[in-house]
Design a protein around this ligand. Structure first.
Ligand code: SF4
Length: 361
């Protein structure tokens, strides 16, 4: 029976039935990675870890955009905030992420003009209202967000706003999954693939990774029934020895994805290398502005080229994002690093693994 309404995806009887099936079919020890931070939070919020067999380990992956932003990019945002007559616009979580020496929040407290926005169109609006200032938008997002950023740039062009630019730390999901599969020591038996990214990319975006690594992969929505179903499918694939790429979120995800969103994204951006926290540079995993949109490139406009810097001493965010550690394995967790005194981004972001463990585990 196809489910239509949100309540059905939270139905206790359906959940109990799926949990029963999971326990019945589960034999092997398996390490399943929920790639997306929204899945991590939903898994904790609905207590899913406590109802699945002990043989199943759930790992948080590199799908929280704030968490995977490299330290040097955080440093660049801080530097922009220090430039005279610049207004830095950012999504909320980024403001608290510590850079090497400061954070956007600290710069704001010291008098810099740093403003939280809810969309890039807010940033374009600020630019329109402040013609004597330069507005820099911290572009941190995956395939879900990048089309909106592209649309914001097209909006700025249409409205002749020329005091606006972005610093692109945008990233693509499939290349990160391939990079994980190539990383020594990483052991993953299946991916719970991100629902909202897949709405844009479509199922086909993962075919290359799936075919190369034959890794069980299931696209899932964010309700408890969605997640339990994905876990069951991944266990069944592992137990049968027949990996598959399955779409368990067909009410939102198609094979092709959102063609219009992808067209806007590819009109403004082109694929480039990107630096990922803890993972390093992954070829073809970022989205930089195309040549014809370089007037909106804040890094070029301000000559901003920050050096690579290591993660904060003792912070295991990078290893957590690769599934090599869980937050309890970080010596700073709940001691020096708490939501009030975050050391790394995984404790800051509302989708971060450390924040989720701290709040729910
Ligand atoms: S607990 Fe804090 S220091 Fe440790 S990995 Fe998480 S964010 Fe980094």
């Amino acid at each position: 029976m196809a489910l239509k309404y949100i309540e059905e995806y939270r139905d206790a009887l359906l959940a109990k039935d799926l949990i029963k099936k999971i326990h019945a079919v589960s034999k092997k020890n398996l390490r399943l990675m929920e790639v997306c931070g929204t899945h991590t939070m939903s898994i904790f919020r609905h207590g899913i870890r406590s109802v699945i067999p002990d043989t199943i380990t759930l790992l948080s992956g590199p799908g929280c955009p704030v968490c995977v932003t490299a330290q040097k990019d955080i440093d660049a945002f801080v530097e922009f905030a220090r430039v005279k007559d610049v207004i830095v616009t950012t999504f909320g979580d980024l403001i608290k992420v510590p850079g090497s020496g400061s954070s956007l929040g600290k710069e704001k407290a010291a008098g810099a003009d740093v403003r939280i926005v809810y969309s890039i169109s807010d940033a374009v609006h600020i630019a329109r209202e402040n013609k004597d200032k330069q507005i820099v938008f911290c572009a941190v997002g995956f395939e879900t967000t990048i089309p909106t950023i592209a649309a914001g740039i097209l909006m700025a062009i249409a409205q002749k706003v020329d005091n606006f630019s972005i610093y692109s730390a945008n990233k693509l999901t499939p290349p990160a999954l391939a990079a994980l599969m190539e990383t020594k020591g990483v052991q993953i038996d299946g991916f719970i693939l991100p629902g909202h990214v897949s709405v844009i990319t479509g199922t086909n975006a993962y075919r290359g990774t799936f075919e190369k690594y034959a890794i069980p992969s299931v696209i899932a929505g964010f309700e408890p029934i969605d997640i339990l179903k994905a876990i069951l499918l991944l266990i069944q694939q592992n137990e049968s020895g027949i990996p598959a790429l399955e779409n368990a979120y067909p009410r939102a995800v198609s094979d092709q994805g959102n063609l219009k969103a992808k067209q806007i994204m590819n009109q403004v951006f082109e694929v480039c290398a990107a630096s990922w926290r803890g993972i390093g540079e992954i070829p073809l995993s970022g989205m930089g502005l195309k040549k014809e949109y370089q007037a909106f490139n804040a890094a070029a406009k301000f000559g901003m080229d920050m050096p690579d810097v290591p993660e904060p001493k003792g912070c295991a965010c990078g290893q957590i994002l690769m599934g090599l550690k869980t937050p309890e394995h970080c010596a700073l967790y709940k001691k020096k690093c708490t939501p009030l005194t975050p050391v790394g981004p995984c404790m800051v972001s509302s989708e971060g693994a450390c924040a989720a463990f701290y709040r729910y585990a």
